[in-house]
Design a protein around this ligand. Structure first.
Ligand code: PEP
Ligand code: MG
Length: 918
C-alpha cells in the first residue's frame, strides 16, 4: 500500500470517518466497536465516564477497508475531517501541532474490532522536528528528555513508516548499531547515560541513515508525518504476521483496523512519571486482586515489549501515592461499569495520571471460569452472561495434564530446577529445546514436542509459539508479548526468567554451569514458573483427578477452585442447552470417561476398532480370507461371542442411555497384513501356503478404498457379517438387561448409504436378527435402526431414506470428503496452503463448511423430517466437538452432537451458548 497518499478513493456515501474524544466528551461510545475498533470505542467510553484520557480522535475501520480496496487511496473528505478533529484536540490540550513554542505531539496506533496484541504498528512522539524539539525541551524543562523523544521518534518512524530495517545478514537495525557506537564512544553502559548533545548528534546520524536507505530526507512537516503514520498503520493490517494471527483466530480480513490518533503523554519525563499495565483481576488464576506492573520513567512500549522487567503494581502506592489512589478508584469504576475483568494501560506524566486504554482482559481458561462464576456470586452478571463469557475451547486448558507431584518434588531436591520465571501460562509442558520459531514449526511437524526458548518473543514468533508445547523467555513481565499471546493460545509459558542465558549464536541456553543445547529435553511448569532440566512425566489435571482419581485424591481435587468453577459452569450449561451431547467411544473405559464428562449416550461406536482387540484380529482375518460361505460363517461364529462381550461391556457402562453402534465400515483390506513377514506369519497360523495368502491379500487391494468396497456395500455383499454383528448387539443387550435390570437402548447404524434400497436391505437383516434374538431370549427391548448421512446422494435422497431410517447421523468426515472430492487422508498436503492463500477460510475437516456440506445437511434435515415427522438426527463426525460447527447444528435443529470424551465439556458449553444467543 502507498503509505502517504491522501488522494481520494471516492465518496464514502457521506459516512462519518473521524470520531473525536476528549474533555469528558466523545462522538463515539463503547457500542461502536465495529466501527471504532475496541481501543477507539473504549477511549470514547472512558471519556464519557469522565476519566482522564488525553484528547484525540479515531479514524474508522471503514476507512481502512475502503483504503485497502482503493489500493491506498482515502475516502473523500477524510483530510478535512482529520484536520477538524485535530483542531479540537489542539484546543482541548492547549497546544498546537507543529508549534515551535508549545507543540502538540501525537501517538498513532492501530485498533481492530478485536484485540490483536502487538500485531500491527504504532508510531509515538509524532510531530517532532528540529523546531518543535526546542519547544518540547522548554516546556518539559529537560533538553535531554526532548532529544531522547526525538531520537526515539526518528527511529520508530523510519522503521514503521519508511521501512528502514536491518540490512540483509545483520541482526540489528542500523539505528541500534549507531546507538551502540555512540555509547561506546562515550564509554557508557546505558542509554540513559547519554547527554542531550549525544542524543542531538544521534538524531542527525539517524536522519542520514534514513537518507541513505530511502534516498529522501526525513519528513520534517508534522502534517506529512501524520499522514505517513496513518497510512502505515492502516497498511499494517495486511502484514504477514497480522494475517497469520487473523488466520489463527478466525478474524475476517475485511474487518480492517481503526487508527487512533491521540495526544502524547510522557511516562519518561522524570522520576515522577511512569507507565504501566494492569488487570482488575489476576488474568492467570482469576483471583479478585488488582494485578499488574509498572515502570517509572519509561514509555509504554518498554513495559509491553519486555525490555525492562517491571515492578508489581502495588509498589506504586509507595512511589506515587496520589496516582495509586486514583488508579484504584478508576479500576474499580471500570470493572463496575463494564461488568467484566478489564485490562488497563496508564501513564503518569509529571505526577498526573492518564488512562490510555481499557478493554476486556485476556485470560486463561482457569481465570475465565473463575471470573465468570465469581461475578455471578457477586451479582454483577447472570448465569447466562457467565456462560457466554467463557470461550468453549478455553476449557481445554482445564483438562490439560500437570507434572507428577512426586517427580516434581524430586527435581527441587536434586537441583534439576534450573531457575524460576514468571508463571505466565499455566499447565505442564515437556519437549525438546528449540531457539527459533522456524525450528519449532519444523520439529513439531515431525511430531516432536518442542519448547521454544527465546530471549524475548516478538509478533514474528507467533507460528513457532503455536507449534510449541511451551514457551520460555529470559526477559519480560506478565504482560510481555510472550505472556499475553501464550495465555490467549492456552500455551504453557514461563516468562522473564532473568537468570537464564540464551545464546542464539551457539544455540545454547543455561543457568550457571548447566548448559543445554538444541534438542535437549526441557520441562516447564507454567503454574509455578519452574524451568526444569530434562523430561518429566505429566499427570492428569485437577478436573481429571476430581472425576477419576482415587477416593482421597478425588476428594482433594474436588475441594479445589478449578473443579468447583468448572463443575458450576458445566451445570449451568446443561441447564441452558437444547442440543444433547453424546460421545464417540468404542471401549468400556472410554464410555466411563465420557459419562463422567457428561455424555448422554453414544453417538458412534465404530465396531471395527474392537476387531483389533485381544484375540479378535485372527478371527476377523479368517473371516475376510474365507473362500466359501461356509468358511466365512465358521469364522463369524468364532467372532460372535467376542463381539458380544465387547457390547456387553459398553451397555453396562451406558445403562439406559442410547448407544449407537455402527456396522462394519472400513474396506476389508485394512484388516490384513501387508508386509511379507506378517503375511508368512499369518499363513503359518492359518495353515495355508504364504503365496496363496499373498494372492488373496493382493486381490482385495483397491485403487480408491475410501470410495470402494466399504460401508453398507460390505453388508450387502456379505449379509452374514451384518447378521452376526446385529445378533451380537441384541444378545448383549438382552444379557445386560437380565443381569442389571436396566434396559439398554441399542441403535444400529448402517454406514455409507447412498440409496434407500441399500438401507432397506441392511435394516431387514437387522430387524430379523432382533426378532430372532428376542424370541430366543424371551424378552423385547426398544431399539432403532438408522443410517449415517455421509454421502451427498444420501443427503439429496434423504426423504426416501427416512422412510427406512428411524434416525440419521451426519458422518461429516466422509460427507466433507465426498462433497469436496478431497481425500481425508491426503488433504494435509494442500489445505494449509488453501487457508494461507485465503482460498478456504479454514480446514473444512476441522470446522464445518456450512455453505457446501452444511447446505446438504439442511436438505437432508428438511427432507428427512418431511418424510418422517420428528426423525431423530445427530452428528458424529469430528465437527461434533467444534464450537462453530455445534452452533450450526443447533440452528439446523439437530437433536444431538457426538464427540470424543475430552471434547464433551467444550460441546456442552458451546451448545449452551448457541441456545442463549438465540
Ligand atoms: C464420518 O464419516 O464422519 C464418520 C463419523 O465416520 P468415519 O470417520 O468412521 O468414517
Ligand atoms: Mg464415515
Amino acid at each position: 500500500m502507498a503509505a502517504t497518499s491522501t488522494r481520494s478513493a471516492g465518496k464514502a456515501r457521506g459516512a462519518r470517518t473521524v470520531y473525536y474524544f476528549g474533555d469528558g466528551k466523545a462522538d463515539g461510545d463503547r457500542t461502536r466497536r465495529n466501527l471504532l475498533g475496541g481501543k477507539g470505542a473504549n477511549l470514547a467510553e472512558m471519556c464519557r465516564l469522565g476519566l482522564p484520557v488525553p484528547a484525540g480522535f479515531t479514524i474508522t475501520t471503514e476507512v481502512c477497508t475502503a483504503y485497502d480496496r482503493a489500493g491506498g487511496r482515502y475516502p473523500a473528505g477524510l483530510k478535512q475531517a482529520v484536520s477538524k478533529a485535530l483542531s479540537r484536540v489542539e484546543k482541548s490540550m492547549k497546544k498546537r501541532f507543529g508549534d515551535a513554542q508549545n507543540p502538540l505531539l501525537l501517538s498513532v496506533r492501530s485498533g481492530a474490532r478485536v484485540s490483536m496484541p502487538g500485531m500491527m504498528d504504532t508510531v509515538l512522539n509524532l510531530g517532532l522536528n528540529d523546531k518543535t524539539v526546542v519547544g518540547l525541551a522548554e516546556r518539559s524543562g529537560s533538553e535531554r528528555f526532548a532529544w531522547d523523544a526525538y531520537r526515539r521518534f526518528v527511529q520508530m518512524y523510519a522503521d514503521v513508516v519508511l521501512g528502514v530495517k536491518a540490512e540483509a545478514g545483520k541482526e540489528v537495525a542500523p539505528f541500534s548499531e549507531a546507538l551502540e557506537a555512540m555509547k561506546k564512544k562515550r564509554r557508557v553502559e546505558e542509554d540513559t547515560d547519554l547527554s542531550a548533545d549525544d542524543l542531538r548528534e544521534l538524531v542527525a546520524t539517524f536522519k542520514s541513515i534514513v537518507r541513505k536507505a530511502t534516498g529522501k530526507a526525513f519528513p520534517e512537516q508534522p502534517e506529512a508525518q501524520l499522514w505517513g503514520a496513518i497510512g502505515a498503520v492502516f497498511g499494517s493490517w495486511n502484514t504477514e504476521r497480522a494475517i497469520a494471527y487473523r488466520e489463527m483466530n478466525n478474524i475476517p480480513g475485511d474487518w480492517g483496523t481503526a487508527v487512533n490518533v491521540m495526544t502524547m503523554v510522557f511516562g519518561n519525563m522524570g522520576e515522577d512519571s511512569g507507565t504501566g499495565v494492569a488487570f482488575t483481576r489476576d488474568p492467570a488464576t482469576g483471583e479478585r486482586i488488582f494485578y499488574g506492573e509498572f515502570l517509572m520513567n519509561a514509555q509504554g512500549e518498554d513495559v509491553v515489549a519486555g525490555i525492562r522487567t517491571p515492578m508489581p503494581i502495588d509498589q506504586l502506592a509507595a512511589v506515587a501515592p496520589t496516582s495509586w489512589k486514583e488508579l484504584l478508584r478508576i479500576q474499580k469504576l471500570l470493572e463496575d461499569h463494564y461488568r467484566d475483568m478489564q485490562d488497563i494501560e496508564f501513564t503518569i506524566e509529571s505526577g498526573r495520571l492518564f488512562m490510555l486504554q481499557c478493554r476486556a482482559g485476556k485470560r486463561t481458561g482457569f481465570a475465565a471460569v473463575r471470573i465468570a462464576t465469581d461475578m455471578v456470586r457477586e451479582k454483577r452478571i447472570t448465569k447466562e452472561e457467565a456462560l457466554l463469557r467463557v470461550e468453549p475451547a478455553a476449557l481445554d486448558q482445564l483438562l490439560q495434564p500437570v507434572f507428577d507431584a512426586d517427580e516434581q518434588a524430586a527435581t527441587r531436591r536434586d537441583g534439576r530446577v534450573m531457575t524460576t520465571g514468571l508463571n505466565a501460562g499455566p499447565g505442564a509442558a515437556t519437549g525438546r529445546i528449540v531457539f527459533t520459531p522456524e525450528r519449532a514449526v519444523e520439529l513439531a511437524a515431525k511430531g516432536e514436542p518442542v519448547i521454544l526458548v527465546r530471549i524475548e518473543t516478538s509478533p514474528e514468533d507467533i507460528k513457532g509459539m503455536q507449534a510449541a508445547e511451551g514457551i520460555l523467555t529470559a526477559r519480560g513481565g506478565m504482560t510481555s508479548h510472550a505472556a499475553l499471546v501464550a495465555r490467549q493460545m492456552g500455551k504453557v509459558c514461563v516468562a522473564g526468567a532473568g537468570e537464564l542465558m540464551v545464546n542464539y549464536h551457539d544455540w545454547v541456553m543455561g543457568v550457571g554451569d548447566t548448559i543445554l543445547e538444541e534438542g535437549d529435553w526441557l520441562s516447564l511448569d507454567g503454574t509455578t514458573g519452574e524451568v526444569i532440566n530434562g523430561r518429566l512425566a505429566t499427570q492428569p489435571s485437577e478436573v481429571d483427578t476430581a472425576l477419576f482419581g482415587t477416593k482421597a485424591k478425588a476428594k482433594k481435587a474436588q475441594a479445589g477452585q478449578t473443579w468447583k468453577c468448572f463443575s458450576r459452569i458445566m451445570r449451568w450449561a446443561d441447564g441452558a442447552r437444547r442440543l444433547r451431547v453424546r460421545t464417540n467411544a468404542d471401549q468400556p473405559d472410554q464410555c466411563k470417561t465420557a459419562v463422567a464428562f457428561g455424555a448422554e449416550g453414544i453417538g458412534l461406536c465404530r465396531t471395527e476398532h474392537m476387531f483389533f482387540g485381544e484375540g479378535k484380529i485372527d478371527a476377523v482375518r479368517e473371516m475376510i480370507l474365507s473362500d466359501t460361505l461356509a468358511e466365512r460363517k465358521a469364522a463369524l461364529k468364532r467372532l460372535l461371542p467376542l463381539q458380544r462381550r465387547d457390547f456387553e461391556g459398553i451397555f453396562k457402562e451406558m445403562g439406559t442411555r442410547p448407544v449407537t453402534i455402527r456396522t462394519l465400515d472400513p474396506p476389508l483390506h485394512e484388516f490384513l497384513p501387508h508386509d511379507d513377514d506378517a503375511i508368512r506369519e499369518l499363513a503359518r497360523s492359518m495353515g495355508v501356503p504364504a503365496e496363496q495368502l499373498r494372492n488373496k491379500v493382493d486381490s482385495l487391494a483397491e485403487s480408491n478404498p475410501m470410495l470402494g468396497h466399504r460401508g453398507c456395500r460390505l453388508g450387502i455383499t456379505y449379509p452374514e457379517i451384518t447378521q452376526v454383528q446385529a445378533r451380537a448387539i441384541f444378545e448383549a443387550a438382552c444379557n445386560v438387561a437380565k443381569k442389571t435390570g436396566k434396559k439398554p437402548r441399542p441403535e444400529v447404524m448402517i454406514p455409507l448409504v447412498g440409496d434407500a434400497a441399500e438401507l432397506a436391505s441392511q435394516a431387514a437383516i437387522t430387524h430379523a436378527a432382533a426378532e430372532e434374538v428376542f424370541k430366543r431370549k424371551k424378552m423385547r427391548l426398544p431399539y432403532l435402526v438408522g443410517t449415517m448421512i455421509e454421502l451427498p446422494r444420501a443427503a439429496l435422497t434423504a426423504g426416501a431414506i427416512a422412510a427406512e431410517a428411524e434416525f440419521f447421523s451426519f458422518g461429516t468426515n466422509d460427507l466433507t470428503q465426498t462433497t469436496w472430492g478431497i481425500s481425508r487422508d491426503d488433504a494435509g498436503k494442500f489445505i494449509p496452503i488453501y487457508v494461507d492463500e485465503e482460498i478456504m477460510p479454514g480446514d473444512p475437516f476441522a470446522s464445518l463448511d456450512t455453505a457446501g456440506v452444511g447446505r446438504l445437511m439442511e436438505i437432508a434435515v428438511a427432507d428427512g423430517r418431511g418424510a418422517r415427522a420428528g426423525l431423530k438426527i445427530g452428528i458424529c463426525g469430528e465437527h461434533g466437538g467444534d464450537p462453530a460447527s455445534i452452533d450450526f447444528c443447533h440452528h439446523l435443529n439437530l437433536d444431538y452432537v457426538s464427540c470424543s470424551p475430552y471434547r464433551l465439556p467444550i460441546a456442552r458449553l458451546a451448545a449452551a451458548q448457541s441456545a442463549l444467543r438465540d
